[in-house]
Every structure is written in C-alpha cells, then in structure tokens.
Design a protein around this ligand. Sequence first.
Ligand SMILES: [Fe+2]
Ligand SMILES: [Fe+2]
Length: 159
Amino acid sequence: MRNDRKERFYEMIEKYKKAPDVVSMERFVQHGNTSTLGHSENVAWVSFLVNEKLHLNADEKILVDAAILHDFYLYDWHDRKSDRTDRLIHRYNHPEIACENAKKRFEISQKTQNAIRSHMWPVSIKRIPRSKEAAIICMADKYCAFVETIRMSKHLGLK
Ligand SMILES: [Fe+2]
Ligand SMILES: [Fe+2]
C-alpha cells in the first residue's frame, strides 16, 4: 500500500499523467532502459522527497510541475546519435524547447519556467538555477540520470 507521501505525490502529478503529450514521453528512451516519462517522474519524486526529508521548504507545486516537465521536448534524443553536433545542440537547447512546449500546454508560473530552463546547468553555463526549486531539480536530474544510466533505478525504487 502506498504511504501518504506517495499518495500526495501521485495526486500532484495526476493531471500530467492524463495529458496525451506527457504520456507520449513514454515512447522516448532517456537513459539506459528508462523512458523520458519515467525519468521525468523520477526527477519529480526525488525532488519532492529531498525537499521533504531535508526540510528545504521549497514550493512543492513549483517543484513537481517543473520536474515533471523539465524534459518535455517531445522527441527521442537518441535519433541524433550519429551526429555529434546535433547531440551537443540538444544538450544545450532542450530546456528551452521543453519550457516552450510546457507553456503552450499548461499554465505554469514564471518560477516554474525558470526552473525548467536552468535544469542543465552547468552545461548551459548562463542559465543558473536561481531558486531553491530550480537548484533541487538541477541536482535531482543529475542523480537520476546517473542512476538510470547504470541501470540501477529499479533497485533504488525509481522507474
Ligand atoms: Fe534535460
Ligand atoms: Fe532530465
């Protein structure tokens, strides 16, 4: 049985899990054998958990909204595998694409948009996380990417 914390988290992401474009991220591979949707959910869950466990008092809605949409760029970046330049461009540009897609489909605050835009820092050196929420997501993203790449996510209770 899910505990209260998980229950609360799933309530917060429910509307996104019902949105067809968000669901479509299930088709794209992110790292290892984790889909982009799985990765986004992992980043949202880890961010939510870290905030609560460490008593960081970040805004939960901004945190979860931005985390679930941080990689909402809607293509499979592996299709760009053959072209190194394309992959580098993806690494740098995808937060902006994700943010534009998110703005078109959902009502999200400016702070949420900023957190999406800065999640690749320090790759995107000028887009520095400037809020507690943005900093948490930026770190949770790196942690999840690592765990997914070494295919340990299932062992750590992630997707
Ligand atoms: Fe990303
Ligand atoms: Fe990510």
